[in-house]
Design a protein around this ligand. Structure first.
Ligand SMILES: Cc1ncc(COP(=O)(O)O)c(C=O)c1O
Length: 255
């Protein structure tokens, strides 16, 4: 298959020099494509993705054209560097293009692993789970997800299944993701507008143990979900945030 940068697609599989099931990607050159059409980035995003993002970036003067990134820095065509203090909301904790991450990605591609057969057990997930659990001795199994919101959705499902109860408690100013379950436990009402009805849930003010105890006593609570540092509004961590709610939940479960 050839992807023509003018927009049309040839699916004849007639590339010359094919070595891999009919294609080497002779007509597929991301570097050339970016050189030819990279300057259209803001228009493309406006037209085909989310028009509000480029609008906002133009308005606040963040409509830069970064040519490359390394570690904690972006670089533009003039060689100016920009310190990235957002880090993809935390997904670049190791910095961009970390050499070990690059090596791992290259190796996985080059090894041509039989991934995602769905009918075998690949060793790498097992090895990663083993390593992760060596840092978290209080846990004994790992569920891998693709995003934070998927992790939260899964936690909500596990909690409901384990308890047979439906309601989830969360704190004001919380952010747990934007899919429907995670959105239900979002502490900022604005995110939910127009997307209801949500899952049965109840917000308790952060740090209000009496409110938490009151809700737990109703006996229909599957879980309390709380971030040690609230996701929205830069709320500082409170020393007593995790211990007392944990004992509150544990004692309620026992009664
Ligand atoms: C505490 C917390 N949970 C969940 C999420 C959702 O993660 P994702 O954007 O990967 O779905 C975020 C995202 O910022 C978060 O801060």
């Amino acid at each position: 298959m050839t992807i023509d940068t003018s927009g049309s697609t040839d699916t004849s599989g007639s590339d010359s020099g094919s070595t891999h099931g009919g294609t080497t990607g002779a007509g597929f050159d991301l570097e050339a494509l970016l050189a030819e059409r990279g300057a259209e980035r803001y228009r493309l995003h406006s037209q085909y993705l989310n028009h509000q993002l480029p609008r906002m970036l133009h308005t606040i003067g963040f409509d830069k054209v970064y040519e490359r990134a390394q570690g904690a820095y972006f670089y533009d065509a003039e060689g100016n560097d920009y310190l990235d203090m957002l880090a993809g909301f935390g997904i670049f904790a190791l910095g961009r293009h970390h050499p070990v991450v690059r090596q791992a990605l290259h190796q996985v591609m080059d090894l041509e692993l039989a991934d995602l057969t769905r009918f075998d057990c690949q060793p790498l997930p097992g090895l990663l789970a083993e390593k992760l659990l060596s840092y978290t001795p209080h846990l004994d199994r790992v569920f891998f997800g693709n995003s934070g919101t998927e992790a939260v959705e899964t936690a909500l499902k596990f909690a409901r299944y384990a308890t047979g109860k439906g309601r989830v408690l969360y704190c004001g100013h919380a952010f747990h993701g934007l899919t429907t379950g995670s959105l239900s436990v979002n502490g900022e009402g604005g995110f939910k507008e127009g997307f209801g009805p949500m899952l049965p849930d109840t917000a308790v003010p952060l740090g209000d143990l009496d409110a938490l105890a009151r809700e737990l006593k109703r006996g229909d609570v599957a879980a309390l979900i709380v971030e040690p540092i609230q996701g929205k509004g830069c709320w500082p961590p409170r020393p007593a945030i995790c211990g007392p709610p944990r004992s509150c939940c544990t004692s309620t479960r026992r009664c």
